[in-house]
Write a protein that binds this ligand. Structure first.
Ligand SMILES: Cc1cc2nc3c(=O)[nH]c(=O)nc-3n(C[C@H](O)[C@H](O)[C@H](O)COP(=O)(O)OP(=O)(O)OC[C@H]3O[C@@H](n4cnc5c(N)ncnc54)[C@H](O)[C@@H]3O)c2cc1C
Length: 194
């Protein structure tokens, strides 16, 4: 390989190097792995791939319609419907292949990635569709006037794709989990007479 080709090769590798996230890209909801963990993992993978000159070792986002979520990698989901419910609230439906289910437990959330003014941002959202909904999942998003992700969400239309990773959250909702506990704690107040 001559010097020119080596330079081109080096440039091509540098273009593939993962970009360190800005603090603004952290959604602040304590996800594990967080955006910085994912960056460190991608950087290690890039360094290994570059050392062995093997691009196939680099992670790639899947652009097909996935049925399973990944907590580490953003996957593209097709927006099948956008309903504006109020002036600032949108119900957005995402397609899952066939009759597959998202498999999220009540109380868990996902991380959405967006780009606004060339700035990558990530925010948390909690699907509101039933856990066993087949072929789709839905999120209800309130958009704020000055919100960055809000701006991105307002631009959505059916047929667009959006990138999600997850699930996150270990505080699960279980019906009647605390049934009886509160009743035992409750004591009638003493009666006062004037
Ligand atoms: C675990 C978790 C789950 C969430 N689930 C949902 C969900 O299902 N649906 C949903 O709509 N949001 C949800 N959120 C909030 C969401 O992650 C974003 O914070 C929200 O969409 C605003 O993002 P933004 O980028 O548009 O605003 P930002 O750019 O982050 O904020 C800019 C400005 O927008 C305004 N703003 C932002 N957030 C709020 C707020 N909460 N109250 C009042 N003003 C605000 C403020 O003026 C703020 O200065 C969830 C958050 C967490 C942590």
């Amino acid at each position: 390989m001559d010097q020119g080709e080596e330079g081109d090769e080096e440039e091509a590798w540098l273009r593939l190097r993962p970009v360190e996230p800005l603090p603004s890209q952290c959604c602040g909801s304590g996800c594990s792995p967080c955006v910085f963990d994912v960056y460190q993992r991608d950087l290690a993978r890039w360094e290994a791939a570059r050392a062995s000159k093997d691009r196939s070792l680099l992670s790639r986002e899947r652009h097909s319609c996935p049925s399973k979520l990944s907590p580490e990698t953003f996957l593209a989901f097709l927006i099948s419907a956008v309903d504006r419910l109020t002036k600032d609230t949108y119900l957005v439906r995402f397609a899952l292949p066939g009759n597959s289910q998202l498999g999220l437990r009540p109380g868990q959330h996902l991380i959405l990635r967006g780009t606004v003014d060339d700035l990558e941002i990530q925010r948390a959202y909690t699907p509101i569709s039933p856990a066993n909904a087949e072929g789709y999942f839905e999120v209800l998003i309130k958009c704020y006037q000055t919100g960055l992700m809000s701006r991105y969400v307002r631009s959505w239309k059916a047929g667009d794709t959006a990138f999600w990773r997850g699930p996150f959250g270990g505080f699960f909702y279980k019906p009647n989990q605390f049934h009886g506990s509160f009743a035992r704690l409750w004591k009638p107040l003493p009666k006062y007479t004037l």
